[in-house]
Design a protein around this ligand. Structure first.
Ligand SMILES: [Mg+2]
Length: 298
């Protein structure tokens, strides 16, 4: 695992950027710093501006654990793809299955939402309904390991049994058979017709992409981690504010994507959008809507 902003890392990134790659980013802990209250998380304006430039020149994908509408409200640019729920929503080819994932989540909500459920007495635990997955947040509890163990015991009894995905003090319940971020990235690579992809993420759900170890995918992890399968790393989340502008700068170098785009004129990236339903008008950067609604306050 090499440092992405070292001479070696930048050389690899530059090579990648020459071939019109699919650029894919996670949000929380990657584009946006982790904050105490997830609904206050924000992608910095400068990062958004550079992502908007990149989206003009090549395919940009956002692949997040958030619900699509929630992620959408955080973005002030048009990514070509917006994948939510860790891959369970928005992946080309899985549209029909999404309704079944939503039904599974409603079944789970009926089970864990019943009166007398022990987790409801745990202070600082909230349950988020993301339609296609559920998430228990426990960022505010005193003994996270104990709470996590209790939640794991409870969800192991759910029918059907969920696939568990551990985030930073969040336990995600994914419907069985739902695509993960690795499945999502492979589908996007094929759909976008890009030869290569660059993927940047920060936690266990992103390892599903890192572990693919596909020659066509270069991966960057936020914070070095011994067990990670990523190719490159950034020392901390704040360095995304250096990486994204660096990628945009590479495009403007002689022979880079941005320069070629100017020479070739409009129409170069006029590929049809994945799904018109997934296009939206961005709001002003200052407008933030908190779509995240805890079902139970701390
Ligand atoms: Mg993340």
């Amino acid at each position: 695992m090499r440092y992405a902003l070292s001479a070696h890392g930048l050389k690899r990134l530059r090579e990648w950027m020459r071939n019109r790659p699919l650029l894919a980013f996670d949000i929380d802990g990657t584009l946006a710093p982790i904050v105490t209250r997830p609904w206050n998380a924000r992608v910095p304006d400068a990062v958004q501006r550079h992502l908007a430039m990149l989206a003009e020149w090549t395919s940009v994908a956002i692949v997040t654990g958030r619900a699509v509408a929630d992620a959408q409200s955080m973005l002030a640019f048009h990514p070509r793809y917006l994948i939510g729920n860790h891959g369970a929503d928005g992946v080309p080819g899985f549209e029909g299955a999404a309704a079944a994932f939503a039904r599974t989540c409603r079944t789970w909500l009926d089970q864990v939402g019943a009166a007398g459920e022990a987790w409801r007495d745990l202070r600082g635990v909230t349950l988020e309904d993301k339609t296609y997955s559920l998430a228990f947040h426990f960022r505010h509890v005193r003994v996270p390991a104990r709470v996590q163990a209790l939640l794991e015991q409870r969800v192991a009894r759910l029918v059907p049994r969920p696939t568990l995905m551990h985030g930073k003090r969040v336990l995600n319940l994914i419907p069985p058979g739902a695509p993960d971020k690795g499945d999502a990235l492979q589908a996007l690579l094929e759909h976008s017709r890009c030869d290569r992809a660059l993927y940047v993420g920060d936690d266990a759900s992103d390892e599903a992409v890192f572990r693919l170890r596909l020659p066509a995918v270069l991966t960057v992890r936020i914070e070095r981690h011994r067990g990670s399968a990523a190719d490159l790393y950034l020392r901390q989340q704040g360095e995304i504010a250096r990486l994204v502008p660096e990628l945009a700068r590479m495009c403007l170098e002689p022979g880079g994507l941005g320069e070629r785009r100017r020479q070739e004129g409009p129409g170069l990236s006029a590929k049809p959008p994945l799904n018109p339903r997934r296009r939206w008008s961005p709001g002003p950067l200052s407008v933030r809507r908190a779509r995240f609604r805890p079902r139970r306050g701390p």
